[in-house]
Design a protein around this ligand. Structure first.
Ligand SMILES: *[C@@H]1O[C@H](CO)[C@@H](O)[C@H](O)[C@H]1NC(C)=O
Ligand SMILES: *[C@@H]1O[C@H](CO)[C@@H](O)[C@H](O)[C@H]1NC(C)=O
Ligand SMILES: *[C@@H]1O[C@H](CO)[C@@H](O)[C@H](O)[C@H]1NC(C)=O
Ligand SMILES: *[C@@H]1O[C@H](CO)[C@@H](O)[C@H](O)[C@H]1NC(C)=O
Length: 413
């Protein structure tokens, strides 16, 4: 027993010694390390999300690899995000944020961004609380680089990437030349332009295409995400950017806070509008724009890409941005007399194309009974030609359709 412990002790000691040796061998050189303090002047250009920003640079490191640069930005006072900016201030084109490190945990004035000799890259509050880090201490990291394709990398002495921002996309997939899907598999939208934290929409990509989710559809259970779209894109490897009509240098694919997926292309041969929208998932040339659930606020009628009316128990009213949902009857005590529906002829719901085909045809009365019994059902769409019934757990944008597709919206009398 004692002999065994002794052998183990030697073994462990040797292991620790060899670890110590490798660590000393692979420390980052002193002149590569830096500590940047988030303070000082703000940039004076207009930038995406109407943000304020500070360029990250010191005497030895400027972290500028045209057109990309490391910055802090904030959209609300004293809540900073460490980010990668794309575009240059002297260009008459909006600079954009293509990667965020800590959007769910912004830091304050005087926070520090440190690349230490142990190879860890750490964003911490002035009091030392760590907000974000690469977790690369003692992994052989010897340097940090912002590459020409916008990838921020920590590499070892052989140039191998130990950590890279491309493995941690937020709402934007950045790639040189074209948009490719290679293992970075998830994008999550911002909440809004003002609020950078995780928003309701997410997209999961794989080689077959992508699946889009919305988390805002079931208000009673916030973690519960609902499937919005399942789509193959191009050949599964590359998006067919059908609006791409020039030799673009950079593109990125972004899941916006409205749930739309757009590609932007950077073209450095022109003097303005260097970032062009080159593709939009919900648009006149791909999936119709009206199928974007948030297109016409929380509830509106969309025709040919435009919000045209606001349905009400008294018929279609002129479009307004007020976005008031019809008051649904309270859950729990549904008595038949309290619930009614108003009818909108010729509309479809954004979920209609994704209906389960195995649903049996039924009469309109049965569809209505199902919706009556389900207090989460805000209305239903009934297809008169196929007798198919779709219960709507949220309304969103209703799409103008043939007159055999009829919407029934629940309301409390
Ligand atoms: C850092 O120091 C090494 C020698 O110790 C030198 O070769 C290298 O050029 C230096 N790098 C910078 C960025 O100054
Ligand atoms: C930031 O640090 C400086 C000293 O470097 C100090 O004068 C200033 O008050 C600090 N700001 C905040 C908001 O703590
Ligand atoms: C696009 O630009 C690159 C680099 O400038 C060049 O090598 C390539 O031939 C160009 N492609 C086309 C189709 O013009
Ligand atoms: C739909 O429109 C056709 C003519 O376009 C008409 O004959 C039919 O009665 C309409 N159906 C409904 C349900 O309004």
């Amino acid at each position: 027993m004692g002999a065994l412990n002794y052998a183990m002790l030697i073994h462990i000691t040797l292991l620790l010694m060899s670890l110590a040796i490798t660590t000393t061998l692979s420390q980052a050189p002193r002149n590569q390390t830096f500590k940047f303090i988030n303070q000082g002047e703000f940039g004076d250009q207009i930038i995406e999300y109407d943000a304020s920003y500070r360029v990250i640079r010191n005497e030895d490191h400027i972290f500028l690899t045209r057109p990309f640069r490391l910055c802090f930005y904030n959209t609300t006072p004293d809540a900073f995000i460490f980010a990668i900016r794309a575009g240059l201030p002297n260009e008459e084109s909006l600079m954009r944020w293509v990667w965020d490190a800590n959007r769910n945990d912004p830091v304050r004035e005087n926070a520090t961004l440190t690349f230490g000799r142990n190879g860890n890259f750490v964003l911490a509050e002035a009091d030392g609380r760590v907000a974000w880090q690469t977790n690369t201490a003692n992994k052989g990291v010897t340097g940090i680089k912002l590459l020409p394709n916008g990838n921020l990398v920590l590499h070892d002495k052989n140039g191998k990437f130990i950590w890279q921002s491309f493995d941690h996309p937020t709402d934007t997939l950045l790639a040189g030349k074209s948009v490719k899907i290679n293992g970075r598999d998830k994008l999550v939208s911002r909440t809004s332009d003002m609020v950078g934290s995780d928003g309701p929409y997410s997209i999961h990509l794989d080689h077959k295409g992508f699946t889009m989710y919305s988390g805002e559809t079931v208000p009673t259970s916030p973690g519960n995400r609902r499937l919005l779209q399942v789509r193959p894109i191009g050949n599964g490897q590359q998006i067919n950017q059908n609006r791409l009509n020039y030799n673009a240098t950079y593109s990125f694919l972004r899941l916006g806070s409205d749930g739309n997926l757009k590609a932007y292309t950077y073209y450095d041969q022109v003097s303005y509008l260097k970032w062009e929208e080159s593709f939009a998932f919900f648009s006149s040339y791909f999936i119709r724009e009206c199928a974007l659930p948030s297109k016409c606020c929380t509830y509106g009628l969309c025709d040919k890409g435009m919000c045209v009316a606001y349905p009400s128990p008294n018929g279609l009213l002129g479009w307004s941005q007020s976005c008031t949902l019809p008051r649904p009857p309270p859950c729990g005590k549904i008595s038949a007399g309290k619930v009614d529906y108003y009818k909108i002829v010729g509309v479809e719901h954004f979920l209609n194309p994704y209906m389960d085909d195995s649903e049996k045809p039924m009469k309109v009365g049965e569809c209505r009974d199902k919706c009556n019994k389900d207090c989460k059902c805000l209305g239903f769409i009934y297809k008169e030609d196929t007798s198919k019934c779709l219960l709507a757990p949220l309304l969103g944008t209703l799409i103008k359709d043939v007159n055999t597709s009829v919407g029934y919206i629940k309301y409390a009398r």
